[in-house]
Design a protein around this ligand. Sequence first.
Ligand code: FAD
Length: 316
Amino acid sequence: MVLIFVDHSDSEIKKSSYEVLSYGAALAEKLGTSAEALLLGAVKDDLATLGNYGVSKVHQVSNDALNNLDAQVYARAVADAVTSLNADVIVFSHNQTGKAVAPRVAARLKAGLVAGAVALPDTSNGFVVKKNVFSGKAFANVNITSAIKIISLNPNSFQVKQTGGTASVEQLNITVSEPKVKVTSVNKVKGEVPLTEAEIVVSGGRGLKGPENWKMVEDLAHELHAATACSRPVADAGWRPHHEHVGQTGIQIAPNLYIAIGISGAIQHLAGVNRSKTIVVINKDPEAPFFKAADYGIVGDAFEVVPKLTDEIKKL
Ligand code: FAD
């Protein structure tokens, strides 16, 4: 059986979970087995509707300790669920949760893990999973040889497919360990869309000269229902908060559309954004390296181009 880990935050199922459900369902079909989902904690969503993404059953472990992510508690619960349900393959999203939980589950179950898969496994000769390496510069094909196999799927690697089905929902009785740390308060980040879940990201670099000029980035992001991001020097200078910093040493994202304004396109920046489906670059220097990675480029002064772009989008 293929068991798909359904991730959530703020009592809502994360968008990345639907992609992982579709991937897990396609994998189960390929292996001739069933696809089932595992949800730890509680969400507002009706779990039966997850059947629409190809799973026949949803196993829920209801326990207040699971309503927020604690990687150690989650890993133990997932590992126990896998043993109790006799799952052969476990699929996570390669998001913050998957990155924290999947390796711990693999260690507990002595299972092989491919982190950052980009396609369904080739099962013609083993269980060979294609993954990104060197920050998306190359691919590696990795054969998982252990009995239990774990895959974390790179966001935006697989088409979400709706099947029209409904799933049965069952409570799974496993012992949930006591968290060793306690969250005492949460300060929510201001912003319309969380960066890691955003379909569209509007990002600014040092070319914007100072924090006082970010209003035009925010205005464009607002019109596009996008999240905002920035290059590292911008966060280091305190122009923007560090949680917006994308790149090799920041957050790695893969939105459908990434708009880079006044960012040169250094390799360390590209490492965090080059899996975006479409990249639009606005830079006044036609030689800026980012243009080589761009699908669309505008050579021009951001202070002229961006307000015009926002005005045009407002008219749509
Ligand atoms: P700049 O390189 O200064 O580029 C500014 C750009 O704006 C230029 O291309 C310029 O032509 C353009 N511009 C100027 N004025 C305008 C205008 N009016 N209109 C339009 N365009 C204009 N960087 C990251 O971003 N993320 C990382 O995770 C990261 N990790 C790193 C890790 C290491 C170990 C190291 C050594 C570096 C790392 N860096 C990272 C830094 C990276 O190498 C670059 O220095 C950085 O990305 C440059 O940021 P920038 O493009 O905003 O600034």
